[in-house]
Write a protein that binds this ligand. Structure first.
Ligand code: UTP
Length: 293
């Protein structure tokens, strides 16, 4: 079985739920304390053994390319000022992985964005890390999914349970546990944004990560627009799951939805509390602040 070394990060969405912040600024560049969301995602991929990353962008996402490029003037200035720690951090960003970019010319949905990666992926299994889903945990979520791909030999989706109210905004999966801890499942069916209770297959939903096989591209080519008029990745994954089978992994990390105002604030608070530089001071501040609410 081929090793998973390639990843695709779709980051070409319009981010309408976070307007006006995302009018000119990509939501993937929104900071969580001192790093943009997409850097956490690239770091997770690299820790999982990924060496080559394709970021799908579109107009107005140039900041993402600049962030992963060298910044010679800035680096020189930091060196001259002997700010070595921050110099290392700045330089390290451009050496994380081989990072490539391709434009999704029209914003036609996540499935359409992933289909822009066909040439990059070629004939290999690959990880997809959604550009607005930051997952923080001891074990990188992408590594947990890659392990399941190696163990079971099928495409893998990263899942979590969502509430009964939320499921209508997400995908819903038909799953049966296959391990004793109830973290790994056989997935036999799925639906994107169920319209009624009858359509809900379970409260397990695909959240932010998957490992796909290259057969997905032929399926995506014939996938027609689904929920919201977009070419949905879930619709193509449904066919893959029905024909080749699929594994679902309830990953251990915590997911923050950077495409949503509440998710952005939760990420900021929870990462701040554990931050080596400001953590202790921020904890005091937040306790004091909370006591007055
Ligand atoms: P979302 O559906 O959350 O992105 O897609 P969106 O369209 O930006 O969100 P709203 O509803 O307008 O706020 C999940 C991920 O897929 C990417 C997004 O950038 C995000 O990282 N995406 C989505 C694309 O790359 N292309 C698309 O056509 C749609």
């Amino acid at each position: 079985m081929r090793k998973v070394t390639k990843a695709v990060i779709p980051a070409a969405g319009l981010g309408t739920r976070v307007l006006p912040a995302t009018k000119a600024m990509p939501k993937e560049m929104l900071p969580i304390v001192d790093k943009p969301a997409i850097q956490y995602i690239v770091e997770e991929a690299v820790k999982s053994g990924i060496t080559d990353i394709l970021i799908i962008t579109n107009r107005g996402k140039g900041l993402i390319e600049d962030h992963f490029d060298r910044a010679p003037e800035l680096e020189e200035r930091l060196l001259a000022a002997n700010k070595l720690e921050i110099y290392d951090q700045v330089k390290y960003i451009s050496s994380l992985a081989n990072i490539y970019f391709v434009r999704q010319k029209e914003t036609k949905g996540l499935g359409h964005a992933v289909n822009c990666a066909r040439t990059f992926v070629s004939n290999e299994p690959f990880a997809v890390l959604y550009g607005d889903d930051v997952i923080i945990g001891e074990i990188p979520a992408c590594a947990e999914l890659i392990k399941a791909y190696q163990d079971y030999g099928k495409a893998v989706v990263g899942v979590k349970q969502v509430s009964e109210e939320q499921i209508y905004q997400y995908s819903s999966l038909k799953v049966e546990p296959i391990d004793n801890q109830g973290h790994i499942f056989n997935c036999t069916d799925m639906i994107e944004k169920p319209k009624s209770k009858k359509e809900v297959l379970s409260l397990y939903s695909i959240l932010g990560r998957c490992i796909l096989t290259p057969d997905i591209f032929d399926i995506l080519d014939r996938t027609t627009p689904g929920a919201g008029g977009e070419i949905q990745l879930t619709d193509a994954m449904r066919e893959l799951c029905k024909t080749k089978g699929m594994t679902a992994v309830s990953y251990s990390g915590k997911r923050y939805d950077m495409g949503n105002k509440l998710g952005i604030m939760q990420a900021a608070v929870e990462v701040s509390v554990n931050h080596p530089e400001i953590g202790e001071e921020f904890k005091k501040y937040i306790k004091d602040f909370a006591s007055k609410l």
